[in-house]
Write a protein that binds this ligand. Sequence first.
Ligand code: ZN
Ligand code: FE
Length: 263
Amino acid sequence: MAVLTLAPLAAFTDNYIWMLHDGSQALVVDPGEAAPVRAALDAAGLRLAGILVTHHHGDHVGGLLDLQPRLQGQVWGPAREVMPLPFVPCKAGDSVELLGQRFRVLDIPGHTAGHIAFHLAEPSDGSAPILFCGDTLFSGGCGRIFEGTPAQMWDSLQSLAALPGNTRVCCAHEYTLSNLRFAQVIEPGNAELRDYRSWCEAQRADGQPTLPSSIAQELAINPFLRCAQPAVRAAATQHQALAEDADGVSVFATLRQWKNDFR
Ligand code: ZN
Ligand code: FE
């Protein structure tokens, strides 16, 4: 059976357009621009069989119209958002069949009101599960809350955190190093975080992506998934006085606000 290849295509200054292909057919996720996609298709002689879109922001949909002539399939996108061209509307529980794979759709509002993710639980080549999560979960961080509430974003992140630990986390931005700088302020004593940051710094120095990450990796180092950890809770409380019995959402909201202002 065909081996699936997963690759991040660099776009703009720090976006990744994820490509998955089987040697003849490809899908791409969140094509903010068309040129990197065309170049990758041409380099490997691939047909563009479909496009997945997680949310409506320009850096995720800007290349759709330019790619339309190359597309030999459909565009799947968030049912509750507006997009620049016709698409198959997707919501929680739907599945998308592409390249002989079945992707399950998750609703993960917060960054935008209708943000969705695509989860491939069982790639046909037996490789680890794949998650395309747009701008919701980043390595070491999470997306800004533009259209939703902290409670929504928290629920969305919790649902991603519950996926199998070996799930490959394919986020749409290379924000890892700046996220980890913040994460270390929150948890200076986290040894795994320290090691991971060194590895990521070496990757970037080498011109390599830090992604995909994994759910297990993120559970160990990402403060936004670690709001129940005493050290994370203590850091949040020190930044902004929280009630003794403050819940996870309050800790999360404090961290998110802190990170917004963090330089
Ligand atoms: Zn976005
Ligand atoms: Fe983005």
